[in-house]
Design a protein around this ligand. Sequence first.
Ligand SMILES: [Fe+2]
Ligand SMILES: [Fe+2]
Length: 207
Amino acid sequence: MTDTQTTTADLVVAQIFHVFRERGQRHYGESVSEQEHALQTAEFARQYSEPDALVLSCLLHDYGHMLHDLGENIAEQGVDARHEELGAWLLKDWFPEEILQPIRQHVASKRYLCRRNPQYHAGLSPSSQRSLQLQGGPMSDEEAIAFEALPFFDQCVRLRLYDDMGKVPQMPTATIESYEPLIRRFLKPDATLATPDSEPAAHRTTA
Ligand SMILES: [Fe+2]
Ligand SMILES: [Fe+2]
């Protein structure tokens, strides 16, 4: 590894930690902060012995939620920030598709599970039930079949189940800093901090 790559890795880690510390204190209609929710989602994935790649996806799945500027509880205001797309876009120069796809699809996974498992919807938090309507409601059968054919489909669905679990008030977790080795392990060799010219269709649609 060259000095330049090492510096980029250091900056990426610092940027992620900064976002968690500075933007992770917001709540979004749940009983935990965004940082608590992210750390709990990763914690549950680890408790269920998931591969490290999925643990990292869980940790970063709401990165776009932390960084949108639409304020807290936006679903209650009828706004869907499309935070899943924003997050995958913000992370695309740093991590491979294996990490990005479950993040990009974690809202679609909720819509999928609502189609395939009638009991799933009843188990969602009130906030997630509310935002589901903004996100298009349960998938159609055609949408669900297409979703099952996506790369990393299994990981997408499993992330969503840990996402739904990670809303426990005052649950002890590891710190964001403890994930530094995991973040560095999956960082792309050519990771860059350059800002692309165009944003995705974010700030349209939510959790
Ligand atoms: Fe989440
Ligand atoms: Fe989310």
